[in-house]
Design a protein around this ligand. Structure first.
Ligand code: DX5
Ligand code: ZN
Length: 225
């Protein structure tokens, strides 16, 4: 299992977006997380394909677009064309989840499915063999800097068990409230793609925040082995 830090640009200073994203990558971020919100599925608005297209010019690592939007099918082609490498959609936002996941792969992107804190992992039973990653929301989506919801650890562990039992290969990503105080527990529970916004961009030096968080995550892996 490869532990990866996935900095979320949501908490960055958007006037310095390209430079801050680079700093997070220099600090060890190996995938860049872009939170897309529509003001309907979640009570906040953020960015769309033009920002992905601009970042694509300066960012070499994969871009992980987390779509918190209604009707994601309408926008998947545009995000793919803008340079998204991974696209994830919420189970709760998709009436025809299987169709939407196939749409993502038909555009050449790695596909992910996301569940909110109140959605049980069992809702994903029928799609686990299709997806590249499952994203467990450990806060209610919409805002950075919220407090980690501890029950997310049980959901991560349950997904890791299901993966083992069924000999599947999807990766487990966690998003929300991941910081130096929670990262050890999420890694021990079985998450390997660690999204972090506030902990990386919210204060101090972005590069060293990223490096410290990744280091803490890796020590937790070591402790588990
Ligand atoms: C929240 C977003 C997250 C957010 C996480 O809806 O999906 O990616 O940036 O922020 P932190 O790490 O600050 O909880
Ligand atoms: Zn996110």
């Amino acid at each position: 299992m490869k532990i990866e830090l996935v900095p979320s640009i949501l908490s960055s200073d958007f006037s310095q977006l390209g430079a801050q994203a680079q700093q997070a990558i220099e600090g060890g971020g190996s995938v860049l997380h872009v939170d897309v919100m529509d003001g309907h599925f979640v009570p906040n608005l953020t960015v769309g394909p033009p920002v992905v297209r601009s970042l694509r010019k300066v960012i070499q690592v994969p871009m992980d677009c987390h779509l918190m939007i209604e009707n994601p099918d309408l926008f998947i082609p545009e995000f793919a064309e803008a340079g998204a490498d991974w696209i994830s959609v919420h189970q709760e936002a998709c009436e025809h989840l299987d169709r939407t996941l196939h749409l993502i792969s038909s555009h050449g992107c790695k596909l992910g499915v996301v569940i909110n804190p109140a959605t049980p992992v069992e809702m994903l039973t029928e799609v686990l063999d299709l997806v590249h990653h499952v994203l467990v929301m450990s806060v209610n989506p919409g805002f950075g800097g919220q407090k980690f919801i501890p029950n997310s650890l049980n959901k991560i562990a349950a997904l890791a068990r299901m993966r083992g039992e069924r000999k599947l290969e999807f990766r487990i990503e966690v998003d929300g409230g991941v910081d130096l105080t929670t990262v050890g527990d999420v890694v021990k529970a079985g998450a390997e793609l660690l999204v972090a916004g506030n902990a990386v961009f919210g204060h101090g030096d972005v590069r060293s925040n990223a490096a410290k968080l990744l280091e803490a995550a890796r020590s937790a892996t070591f402790a588990r082995a």
